[in-house]
Structures are given as C-alpha cells and as structure tokens.
Ligand binder design. Structure first.
Ligand SMILES: Nc1ncnc2c1ncn2[C@@H]1O[C@H](COP(=O)(O)OP(=O)(O)OP(=O)(O)O)[C@@H](O)[C@H]1O
Length: 251
C-alpha cells in the first residue's frame, strides 16, 4: 500500500481565474523521501498546504496512510491527517523550552508514552543536553532539529518540509542537509520536501517531482502540473524503473 496517493489534484485560490495546480498526480512509497522542485510561484508550498489540510482542493483525491483525507465531498482537518510539517522559519513556540516544544503534539498521549517518545526524539536529534533551553538560546541548526523532532514525535504517516534550509547560511546548510537526510532515513519516515534548490533534493531525496509553469504565464494552467520524475539518489538501476512521467498534462 502506498502511504500517500494524490490523484488529479487541482487548486485555485479564491478570486483567481487560473488554477495554481491542475491534475497533479503522484504516489509516495513507504519511507520514500521525495523532493518537489519548480520555479517560484509554481505551487510547491500550495501543494504542501493541500496535503496538510490547510487548503481544500477544487477537485482530486488525497489519500494518506490508506485514508481518504480530501476529495470532492470531504476534508479531514489537519490535526487528524497524520501529517507533520516543518515550516521555513521552524515556527517554534518561543515561550516553551525545547522539551515542551517537542512534546507539544503528544498532550493526548498517556504520560509515560509521552515521556518515552520525548526521550527518543531528543536522542534521535541529539538535543538531549539542550532540552531545557528556549528557542532563542539555540543556533539555526539546533532550531531546525527541534522543529524536526516536534514534527516526528507523533509518528506522522507523512512529513512535509517546506524549504527547511532557507534561513541557514551556506556553510551551515551543507552539514545540516546530510544530517537531515540521515535522520529521515533512520526514522524511516515518508517525506516530501520542497526546495527551490535542486542540490538540496539531490542530497537528500530519492526522487524529484518537478512542478512546471510560472507566475503570470497566460498558459500556466495547462502546465502547472507535476510533469517529471527523476531519480537523483539510490541504487544503480533504480533510475530506469522509477523515471518517467507521473502525471499527464491536462490537454
Ligand atoms: N493566499 C493566496 N491568494 C492568492 N494567490 C496566492 C496565495 N498564495 C499563493 N498564491 C499564488 O499561488 C501561486 C503559487 O504559490 P506558492 O507559494 O505555492 O508557490 P511556490 O512554488 O511555493 O513559490 P516560491 O518558490 O516562490 O515559494 C503564486 O502565483 C502565488 O502568487
């Protein structure tokens, strides 16, 4: 079973004549880490927002963890989708210590489970020694790890990362990229990462989903679709099996 299936997904912002996304289709395998690339305005963040449940599709079907979370009749609210999201600026709670930031999504779990899961996440992200600090007492890379731990703590079926390196300088980004890739593979999590920088995708992801079209283009609606897949990591021989078109154009 594919943990994530997107079929013929279209979306248009209220009051806009052209859709941002049209007939986007793809699936993710269990534990797969895929990267969404595309020019500015091609709809990368919008696609993540639709998967997270922050926007409702105009048409199409989204399945996460075997459950239909959005189609023409229903839209499951974000907190019931089993999706974790890390935003560009990490969006940590400034008044909460590292441990409380990470445990935030676990408040409904029994106390013991909450404590064990928190310890696991602190260890995975190597933040145990800094568990009592506040976000402003951390470096950019440490904040990124806390954001990741917080998103992973409830064991989401899908993790969404929106430009996770955008606020980091080039030197820090190099090391963190490797570290993030290692953490994601270690946690065996299905993940979709958005980046405008294809070298991020090459460093971390097994597959690239390229969104076409550009802002202000009259014909954009017909081209703003996921139009290619390319293997950029993984074992030799994978490429020919996985490469190919994953969505047909709307013509
Ligand atoms: N709330 C909104 N209302 C109307 N249009 C919007 C809204 N948010 C985004 N858009 C438009 O939708 C299109 C896609 O935006 P989106 O942020 O998904 O693109 P993106 O590929 O993530 O861009 P970037 O790489 O610049 O972050 C853009 O043309 C943008 O102007």
């Amino acid at each position: 079973m594919n943990p994530v299936t997107v079929q013929n997904l279209s979306y248009r912002y209220p009051g806009q004549s052209a859709p941002v996304l049209e007939k986007v289709s793809f699936t993710l395998d269990e534990g797969e880490i895929a990267g969404i690339t595309g020019p500015s305005g091609s709809g990368k963040s919008t696609l993540l927002r639709l998967l997270a449940g922050l926007e409702e599709p105009e048409c199409g079907v989204i399945r996460i963890g075997g459950q239909i979370v959005a189609d023409e009749r229903r839209s499951v609210p974000p907190e019931r989708r089993g999706v974790g999201m890390v935003f560009q600026d990490y969006a940590l709670f400034p008044h909460l210590r590292v441990a409380d930031n990470i445990a935030f999504g676990l408040h409904r779990r029994p106390r013991r489970e909450r404590r064990d899961r928190l310890a696991q996440m602190l260890e995975l992200t190597q933040m145990t020694a800094l568990a009592g600090r506040y976000p402003h007492e951390l470096s950019g890379g440490q904040q990124q790890r806390v954001a990741l731990a917080r998103a992973l703590a409830p064991a989401p079926a899908l993790l969404l990362l929106d430009e996770p390196f955008s606020s980091l300088d080039a030197e820090l980004k190099g090391g963190l990229r490797e570290e993030l890739g290692r953490l994601l593979r270690q946690a065996r999590i299905t993940c979709l990462l958005v980046s405008h920088d294809r070298s991020d995708v090459r460093a971390i992801c097994g597959r690239e989903l390229a969104l076409g079209g550009s802002a202000g283009d009259d014909d954009a609606a017909a081209r703003r679709i996921v139009d290619s897949v390319r293997v950029c990591r993984g074992k030799a021989g994978d490429a020919s099996q996985q490469a190919g078109r994953i969505a047909e154009s709307s013509q």
